[in-house]
Design a protein around this ligand. Structure first.
Ligand code: SF4
Length: 545
C-alpha cells in the first residue's frame, strides 16, 4: 500500500474535479499535497531525533520545517519584533524565529500529578515558563529549541503524553468531556471510545494524510461541553428511545473564514461502535475530501455539497457496510458546559472547574497544581474547550481548602463573568498569521470589564482572535472579535477588530452577525464593549441573550 493513499481502485477521472483521491486524483495538485506524497509526514520524527536535534536549526530541510514538523506538534513561532501589518506581503522565512511553538495533546485524559509535573517542568526547563491552555485542550509551549525536542518528548512520554499529530493535516487533538465518568447527570461515559480512537488511529500512516486538519469531539454530557458544532466529527451523548444511551453523530463543523455548524446525520452510534464510525467518517474525508485548493479542503465543504443523505449513504454502504440506527430526536443541550465552580460527582467526591485568564498559565502553575491536587487527595485535572480546567475527585471535606489553594495559584473557581467567558487565541506574540495582539489585550479587557460590570446577571461571552482564522471561535460568541487593521480617528492603520455580535453554541447555536460599521480599534475595545453591554442591559427583553 502507498503510505499516502489507501489501496483503492481509481475510478475514471472527471474533467476537472477537486482533487479527490477516490475519483482518481492521486497525483498532487498543490505543494502541500506534493510534500505529503514525497514523504509521509510521520517520518519526520526520526529526522528530528537523529539529525536535526543534533545538528541544530540550520540543518532542517525547509520542507520539514514548514510542513512535516506540524505532524509532531511543532510550528516555528513568529520572529520577535515583527511588524504585524506586513504579514500578507512578507515571505514565511522572514516571519520565522529559530524557536518553536509546541502543542501537547490531552485528548480528554485526566492529567494526574505526574503528568502535571511533566508538563510544568518542560515549561520551566525548555519553554521559558510558557504554557497556554488552548481551546482544543492542548498545553501549548513557546520558545522551544530543536536541540531539546527529544528530551521533551522523553519526559512527556514517561507521563503518557504526546505531541504526535497535534498539528498538520491529521487527526488533531480530541475534545472529550472534562467530566466524563464522574458527572451525576452524564448520559454516557465516552472515555473508552475516545481512548480507542487514539489507540487505533493516532500515528497510523493510513490516517496521517487528510486533505487538511480533522477535528474530533466526543461528549456524553448533556451540556454538549466540547463545542461539537465546530468540529469535523462529533459524537454527542443521546438516549435512543429503544436502544438507550449512545451517541448522535454530527459531521462537517468548522469556523475559520467560511464557517459551518456541524450537521446531524440522524444516526445513533453505540459506545462500542464509535471508533468504527470515526474510521468511516475519517476515511470519507481522506478519500473524497477536496485536495485541489487548501481553502476548500475541510470536510465542511464536502458535507455542504453532498448533503446529509448522501453522506450517510456513502458512510453506510462504502465504509461501514451496514445500515446505521436512526436517531430521530437527539437531546437539546442543557445550559453552559464549562463546568466552572464546585459540583458533586456521582461517587460523592466533587469536581471543581477553575479559570485562568484567557487560558494563560505557566509552568510553575502546573507544578503548583500538581502539589495542590496531591495534597488534597484529588485525582487530577482535565482541560476544557473553553481554555479552562476541571479538577476531579476532590474529597468532600477538602473542597473549601482546595478552592482557596487553587485561587492562590491563579486558578479561580468563582471567576467573574468576564474571566469565565472570555477566550483569546495565540495572537501576534507568537503566531505568524496574526494581525493583532490578543492574549495581553484580552487580559486587560477582562480586568477593565470586571471593574465596569462587576455584577453582570447574564453570561456574555467574548472571543478574541488575531486574524480571520477563528482559532478562538469568533463567530460563536456573544461578542466575537476578528483581528484586522482598522483606521483610527486620524486615518491611521492600527490594530483593531471586526465585531460579530450575537453568536452562540449550544441551545441557540448560531453565528454572530457581522455588521459593517462594527469595527473597533484595539485601543477603543473596552469602551466599545461597555457601550454594547449597556445597550443590552437597557433594552433586553425577558430572557433575551
Ligand atoms: Fe493565529 Fe489567527 Fe489562529 Fe489567532 S486566529 S492563533 S492569530 S491563526
Amino acid at each position: 500500500m502507498n503510505d499516502q493513499a489507501p489501496a483503492r481502485k481509481a475510478r475514471p477521472r472527471p474533467k476537472r474535479g477537486e482533487g479527490q483521491w477516490a475519483l482518481g486524483y492521486l497525483e498532487p495538485l498543490n505543494k502541500n499535497e506534493q510534500s505529503k506524497k514525497d514523504d509521509n509526514p510521520l517520518n519526520v520524527e526520526a529526522r528530528i531525533r537523529g539529525i536535526y536535534s543534533k545538528r541544530g536549526f540550520d540543518s532542517i530541510d525547509p520542507a520539514d520545517l514548514r510542513g512535516r514538523f506540524r505532524w509532531m506538534g511543532l510550528y516555528t513561532q513568529r520572529a520577535e519584533g515583527f511588524d504585524g501589518g506586513k504579514t500578507a506581503t512578507v515571505p514565511e522565512e522572514e516571519l520565522d524565529a529559530r524557536y518553536f511553538m509546541m502543542r501537547v495533546r490531552s485528548d480528554g485524559v485526566v492529567l494526574d500529578p505526574a503528568a502535571l509535573r511533566a508538563l510544568g517542568s518542560v515549561s520551566v526547563d525548555y519553554a521559558r515558563g510558557t504554557a497556554d491552555i488552548t481551546d482544543r485542550c492542548n498545553i501549548q509551549y513557546h520558545w522551544i529549541e530543536i536541540e531539546d525536542v527529544p528530551a521533551i518528548w522523553e519526559r512527556l512520554g514517561a507521563a503518557g503524553l504526546t505531541t504526535l499529530e497535534a498539528c498538520g493535516d491529521s487527526p488533531r487533538p480530541f475534545l472529550g468531556s472534562p467530566v466524563a465518568g464522574v458527572a451525576k447527570d452524564e448520559i454516557i461515559d465516552g472515555t473508552e471510545a475516545l481512548a480507542e480512537i487514539k489507540r487505533r488511529f493516532i500515528g497510523n500512516p493510513d490516517f496521517s494524510n487528510f486533505p487538511r486538519k480533522f477535528k474530533t469531539a466526543l461528549t456524553g454530557h448533556p451540556s454538549h461541553d466540547v463545542a461539537p458544532e465546530a468540529n469535523d466529527v462529533s459524537f454527542v451523548g443521546t438516549v435512543h428511545p429503544e436502544h438507550g444511551p449512545g451517541f448522535d453523530l454530527w459531521v462537517g463543523g468548522g469556523l475559520s473564514t467560511n464557517p459551518h455548524l456541524a450537521v446531524k446525520l440522524g444516526v445513533w452510534i453505540p459506545l462500542d461502535e464509535v471508533a468504527d464510525a470515526w474510521e468511516g467518517v475519517a476515511s470519507i474525508f481522506r478519500d473524497y475530501g477536496y485536495r485541489r485548493l487548501r481553502s476548500r479542503a475541510r470536510l465542511k465543504f464536502l458535507v455542504a455539497d453532498w448533503g446529509v443523505e448522501k453522506f450517510r449513504e456513502v458512510l453506510e454502504k462504502e465504509y461501514l457496510k451496514r445500515e446505521l440506527v436512526d436517531n430521530p430526536s437527539p437531546q437539546a443541550p442543557i445550559a453552559q458546559g464549562d463546568h466552572i465552580g464546585v459540583h458533586e460527582q456521582k461517587d460523592g467526591n466533587f469536581y471543581v472547574g477553575a479559570a485562568p485568564v484567557v487560558g494563560r498559565i505557566n509552568g510553575q502553575t502546573l507544578l503548583d497544581l500538581a502539589d495542590v491536587v496531591e495534597r488534597h487527595g484529588a485525582a487530577g485535572a482535565r482541560l476544557t474547550a473553553y481554555q479552562k480546567l476541571v479538577v476531579l475527585g476532590v474529597p468532600p471535606q477538602a473542597v473549601d481548602a482546595f478552592v482557596a489553594d487553587l485561587s492562590a495559584i491563579g486558578l479561580e473557581a468563582k471567576p467573574s463573568n468576564w474571566r469565565r467567558n472570555t477566550m483569546a487565541c495565540t495572537g501576534i506574540e507568537f503566531c505568524k498569521l496574526a494581525i493583532v495582539d490578543t492574549k495581553e489585550r484580552a487580559r486587560q479587557l477582562v480586568s477593565s470589564l470586571e471593574q465596569r460590570f462587576p455584577d453582570l446577571d447574564t453570561p456574555i461571552t467574548v472571543n478574541v482572535n488575531g486574524c480571520p482564522n477563528s482559532c478562538a471561535r469568533t463567530q460563536v460568541a456573544d461578542i466575537g472579535l476578528k483581528g484586522q487593521l482598522v483606521l483610527d480617528d486620524d486615518g491611521n492603520q492600527v490594530e483593531g477588530f471586526q465585531v460579530h455580535l450575537g453568536g452562540a453554541l449550544g441551545l441557540e447555536a448560531s453565528f454572530g452577525r457581522k455588521l459593517r460599521a462594527h469595527k473597533v480599534t484595539s485601543a477603543g475595545l473596552d469602551d466599545y464593549i461597555t457601550n454594547v453591554v449597556h445597550a443590552y442591559l437597557l433594552e433586553r427583553e425577558e430572557g433575551e441573550r
